[in-house]
Ligand binder design. Sequence first.
Ligand code: SAM
Length: 249
Amino acid sequence: MKSLMTALIITLAFLTASVQAVEVSEFTAALANAATRPDADKARDEGRKPAEVLGFLGIEEGMSVMDVMAAAGYYTEVLSMAVGPTGKVYMHNMPAALTGERGSRTAQAIAERLSGDRLANVERLEAEFGSLGIPTGSLDAALIALEIHELINAEDGQATVEFFTALHGALKSGGVLGVIEHAGDAGNDNAALHRGLETDVVAAAQAAGFTVADVSDVLRNPEDDLSKMVFDGSIRGKTDRYVLRLVKP
Ligand SMILES: C[S@@+](CC[C@H](N)C(=O)[O-])C[C@H]1O[C@@H](n2cnc3c(N)ncnc32)[C@H](O)[C@@H]1O
């Protein structure tokens, strides 16, 4: 009996030690109090709930992760803090997202965010999905935030296949792909509204070999009737969003 108790205590101690996923209230405070984190990012936290999202995805210190289609990198910086100095964050963008007038504003914002090597565990990655150039099976997790509508609503479906194939290759077995997306309604023109149907995303993910481990409602908003463009002033920043935790088996 005594040895059974000892074994139980050792097992519990091991489990406690091995689970270091972001603790929501602690990480919320850390994000709010980070002296060098931009105020503009802090102002978005209430609507984006990054601690809840990373807790749901199981992001832990020391992980190797990717912020896919990161744009200016709100989530890159959040992930950088979460994985810490022993972890690594790839800040991915499609090369085309950094060209033209809008792209050069994004490039400037990225340069400011990374200036003076202030996020030392972040590596920029500007690449098409077919040539990410990172080792196969090396990522613990990846996140695509508010961008998958750009892929899923494209007419030929090729971009979606390339995205899921690339991430499936880059993730470790058991690795997590998080998807945050503006909810859509099947009867609407979701491409024009910048929304992505959850059923489309799930079907494409499953076709690529991912399983749906869980769906979070932490960013749901029933007051968004799904008919407006996501940048409409009445809903911007508080759209109805789903968060998927997809897993590479
Ligand atoms: C194209 S999205 C996503 C880029 C990047 N992956 C990220 O998560 O920041 C970036 C833009 O969406 C805006 N945004 C963030 N949350 C939003 C929401 N709930 N509704 C509409 N726009 C939102 C941001 O202000 C930003 O201009």
